[in-house]
Design a protein around this ligand. Structure first.
Ligand code: TXA
Ligand code: MG
Length: 365
């Protein structure tokens, strides 16, 4: 396929985007019909908002890539609302059913070898397909009513933080898609855990709300691997298992710099930041009062990883509304859903990490 690896600029804002109220049954069913007929409809899920298209329609898939400005080698996840649909689009395995039984509907995407019913324009040219069964009732209703599986990446412009509110989607995609279902804010706030199921083994390609600890408890320590790109930059020339993981991602306009060290060292380093309205600080709630006067956004309490996940993308997007020229943030802990926060922040920062201690010893302002 010669279109693979092409990088598009996002589509021009030429469409009359309809804003849909999910409480209004007639409007929601119009959105489902739009999807079925090849339209692009953004909708809420429990993780982040998705930009949906009929997964059986190659042209609709191509329009998704164009609307987002997404590189065409980055596969779309296919969303379903009944387990049987997985059998129509992929070759299922015993491990798949174990995972589906335990975590579906919910924030887990399972990659399996695909069947011919799914065009390669949906899977970025790959012979596999990522399948997700969302638990959000609006998403489930929309997919059911459309009568087809729905290919849906996160509903942001490519490279930007994923949208966790309808307002985020409107900001990125208004005029570029046919409709936006304006539901409530997303529960988790980080995208689904993506796993590849091969025989008895599972590889986590992207961390999310379903954690490696939980997967190991279900399947045994030895059966759950973590892809190296979850924790570090992909080596030069290497093709990551999840193509999406190689792109700079989740990034606000200003560069992000992560600080490594003990909490007190990080706090001391952050206190060196100027209160000039240009130096952004993403901090824990415990440090917010101390940093008063500076340009701060709070991720929530240090120990509350669930809250940090919920707030992360909204905070990164909020910096785009300020004059921040750079953003400092603590390197998060890797426990539970915290691993997803760690992974997204590392990518937002393009893996720029500095030792707080080093800042303290070398920079005296
Ligand atoms: O929570 C989510 O997963 C959200 C909501 C809308 O469901 N969707 C989402 O999609 O985050 P997207 O396209 O932004 O991210 C999908 C990730 C990418 O990193 C992609 O490379 C990987 O999943 N992926 C999808 N299908 C794959 C496949 N067949 N093989 C390897 N990686 C795949
Ligand atoms: Mg995305």
């Amino acid at each position: 396929m010669n279109e693979i690896n092409e990088i598009h600029a996002p589509a021009e804002q030429t469409l009359q985007t309809r804003l849909i109220d999910p409480e209004n049954k007639a409007e929601l069913s119009e959105a489902a019909q739009l999807l079925r007929r090849g339209g692009l409809v953004a909708f809420p899920t429990e993780t982040v908002y998705g930009l949906g298209a009929n997964a059986y329609d190659p042209d609709a898939a191509r329009r998704v890539y164009a609307a987002k400005g997404r590189p065409s080698d980055n596969p779309l996840i296919v969303h379903i609302a009944a387990l049987e649909t997985a059998e129509q689009i992929a070759h299922t395995t015993p491990l798949f059913y174990r995972l589906a039984e335990r975590y579906w509907p919910g924030p887990l995407t399972i990659i399996l070898p695909k069947k011919d019913s799914i065009p390669t324009s949906v899977t970025g040219g790959l012979n596999s397909v990522g399948i997700r069964f969302p638990s959000d009732p609006v998403a489930a209703e929309l997919i059911l009513q459309s009568g087809v599986p729905i290919a849906a990446p996160s509903a942001n412009l490519s490279g930007k933080p994923s949208p966790t509110t309808a307002a985020h989607v409107i900001r990125d995609l208004y005029g570029r898609v046919d409709a936006i279902v304006c539901g409530r804010d997303c529960d988790y706030g980080v995208e689904s855990t993506v796993v590849r199921a091969q025989g008895d083994k599972l590889t986590v390609l992207r961390p999310g709300a379903v954690t490696p600890e939980q997967l190991r408890a279900l399947l045994g320590e030895e059966n759950v691997l973590i892809d190296p790109t979850v924790l570090q930059k992909a080596a030069e020339g290497m093709r990551p298992q999840a193509p999406g993981m190689k792109y700079r991602h989740y990034a606000p306009c200003a560069p992000v710099i992560l600080l490594r060290g003990e909490p007190r060292e990080i706090r001391a380093a952050l206190l060196r930041c100027k209160a000039d309205g240009k130096t952004g600080i993403l901090c824990y709630e415990e440090d917010a009062a101390l940093l008063k006067g500076r340009l701060t956004m709070s991720l929530g309490p240090r120990e509350d990883e669930r809250m940090q996940a919920h707030r992360l993308f909204a905070c990164l997007r909020a910096f785009d509304e300020t004059d921040a020229a750079c953003i400092y943030a603590p390197l998060p802990a890797k426990d539970g859903i915290g691993l997803a926060v760690y992974n997204r922040l590392e990518k937002a920062a393009g893996f720029t990490v500095r030792d707080a201690k080093e800042i303290l010893s070398t920079e005296t302002k």
